[in-house]
Design a protein around this ligand. Sequence first.
Ligand code: PLP
Length: 396
Amino acid sequence: MNYNEKSFALGSKRSIIREIFEYSKVRASELGADKVYDFSLGNPSVEPPESVTNAISELIAEFNPTALHGYTSAQGDVQTRKAVADNINKRFNLDLSADNIYMTCGAAASLSICLSAVMNDGDECVVFAPFFTEYRVFVENSGAKLVISTPEYKTLQIDVNDLESKLTSNTKALIMNSPNNPSGVVYTEEKIKQVCELLERKQKEYGHPIYLIADEPYRELVYGDIKVPYLMNYYDNTLVCYSYSKSLSLPGERIGYIAVNPKMLDAKKVYLAVCGAGRSLGYVCAPSLFQKVVARCIDAKVNIDAYKTNRDLLYDNLTAYGFDCVKPDGAFYLFVKSPLKDATAFYEKAKEHEILVVPCDDFGVKGYVRIAYCVDYKRIENSLDGFKALAEEFEL
Ligand code: PLP
């Protein structure tokens, strides 16, 4: 082989989400954008906060360009890391320092780095279905094996009994994503406590640490009085993968961080393994300008009212038509049970109404589609007749 076969396979097969997104663009050029109801991609539809756009202009005006655009320390500017650590401490009553924070190019980089930092060949990483499909790519690239824990199907919460049956002496890490993509479910504190108790017990039984990797790009996107437990407060061997892609609507700018719990066993060594993994994966440093933006806008938040309004419109109408789905408390996805056993067949049917949803067989549970509602309200409104027609077609 003149190239790496695995990389070729990854590069030549686009993710289903990207495939649908590309199709929607072609269809929009044929019919007009307002006639195609694309719900494929999790691209924020809410603008970044004004303080963020102001900070960008101020930094460009204030800074010497070579300093602004130059390399930073590999782990990130110390001022930014300190601002991040202080923010975590203030919000979750913890005691992190800048030396527990590693700035990254978003959650995808954070996850790849954490996995490379802790996994060895033959280790296993458990993910909770339904899960973000890229986990498989990141886990397998770290040399580990992906193991899927299935949920309680009624609520899409974690099934702790199933989890226990999936743990082995090879289990080295778990990835927990709450609020969840694709279900929008926020795992309850009770579930988190049960999972952490189980992991404590299994660590003792196996005689090695099991790392809990919290994937948190949607932490700030919750609707109503919902608590998203901060995993470091429940389990010492926790690494947090955070991202500003959704919380500040900056997905193209590639900025986030890893927080290593200082209470973790061998915390300093794990942090150094994180630095080493970032180095070997070629990250060099996170974007310099956006590290500085984050430091200035550490308390900024996007206005999530529009997402909540979209959620309510979509959830209320789809369930009234007879579709079956769990009401999402966070993120910006609705995870709908496909009326056909084969989610791809239902996706094709929805396509006949120019409705583009994502069939989710690769997300670890069969027979669901995902609707990303981070779109214009009008797009949802205009799609409702199509959803209603689908419900009638399938006699829901
Ligand atoms: N994890 C989950 C669950 C996601 O949904 C996404 C992006 O949609 C990512 C990680 C990657 O996000 P980022 O843009 O921060 O790399």
